[in-house]
Design a protein around this ligand. Structure first.
Ligand code: PSU
Ligand code: MN
Length: 300
């Protein structure tokens, strides 16, 4: 544990003292938010964790070194440098071997966080199964099947096939809990229309499920699906219009592979005149606060 990753002193000390630590991904910074706003957003996310009583551990690969907890220079570089790549878990080996710098996806971040001994991870939305292309499925899903970590997210974006994503999470043996709801959120919107088998109402309940999973030696992750309150979600009519447009634009542009998710996110932000961007930040901060609560309950 902790041998193959480089932890910042702050994160290492917090873990050693059994204080709450929340892992944060960095593809959301390098490829999820537009420059230069993303640099500010990265700092806001870390501050949100601190204000909620947890030590943030932003994870990225810097010059071939997997880092858990970034200094200010590295955090700024992930945001500003256009040559920063997107690193999923299968890219970790080449990125380390070739000394590359990249933002880590949910799959790669979860793997590195678990290696460092971190149990709770906050993100905005997970990758999933893309629409009309069932073979385009994010490694986030299978990655979470192998990693013992609790991930707080607002579900997956409606740019994906949400029903198929939930089916795959079932196949991959990933536990999905609705936080104070029985409905799976679709990121910008509170309710995707899909229901969940399990609802939790407190951080303490999440922790009791984590502890039960540990007793059974289960390998897979727990997803805590945390919707925004209805009055903070994106306007549903705007959402539906932009969703249709963005999918058509991706088809016309012939976007493929790891570029699909960044393309759709960027389209959404431009087509909503920045409204989706503010909701996106709100969602991630909402998830970080809940993750901090879970991490505190776990640490206790
Ligand atoms: N979905 C979002 N925002 C994001 C991502 C996904 O709503 O920023 C990022 C995450 O880092 C996620 C990655 O792990 O995209 C998934 O990319 P892909 O579909 O290529 O696996
Ligand atoms: Mn893909």
């Amino acid at each position: 544990m902790g041998v193959s990753v480089h932890m910042s002193d702050e994160v290492a000390t917090a873990l050693a003292e059994h204080r709450p630590v929340v892992a944060l991904e960095s593809t959301i910074i390098s490829h999820g938010f537009p420059r230069p706003r993303n640099a500010e957003v990265a700092r806001v996310f870390e501050q949100t964790a601190r204000d909620a009583g947890a030590t943030p551990a932003t994870i990225a690969v810097i010059d071939g070194v997997p880092r858990v907890g970034l200094d200010d220079v590295s955090l700024a570089r992930i945001a500003a440098d256009e040559s920063v790549i997107k690193i999923s878990s299968r890219d970790l080996g080449p990125a380390l071997a070739f000394g590359r710098t990249g933002g880590t996806t949910v799959a790669a971040t979860a793997l590195l966080a678990a290696r460092a001994g971190i149990r709770v991870f906050a993100t905005g939305g997970l990758g999933g199964v893309h629409r009309d292309a069932a073979y385009d499925e994010s490694a986030d899903l299978i990655g979470l099947s192998r990693t013992n970590i609790t991930v707080v997210s607002a579900g997956v974006k409606s740019i994906l096939d949400i029903g198929a994503t939930l089916e795959r999470l079932e196949s991959y043996d990933v536990t999905v809990l609705g936080y104070q709801t029985n409905r799976f959120p679709s990121f910008y919107l509170r309710d995707s229309g899909f229901s969940l088998d399990w609802r939790v109402d407190s951080a303490a309940e999440v922790v009791s499920i984590m502890a039960a999973g540990d007793q059974l030696d289960r390998a897979g992750a727990i997803i805590v699906a945390n919707p925004l309150p209805a009055d903070r979600q994106l306007d549903p009519a705007l959402h539906d219009r932009v969703l249709t447009e963005s999918l058509a634009a991706a088809a016309v542009a012939g976007v493929r592979g790891k570029d699909v998710t960044p393309f759709l996110l960027d389209y959404f932000q431009r087509a909503t005149g920045g409204a989706s961007l503010e909701v996106n930040i709100d969602i991630a901060r909402n998830n970080i606060r809940l993750a901090a609560e879970i991490a505190a309950a776990w640490a206790a």
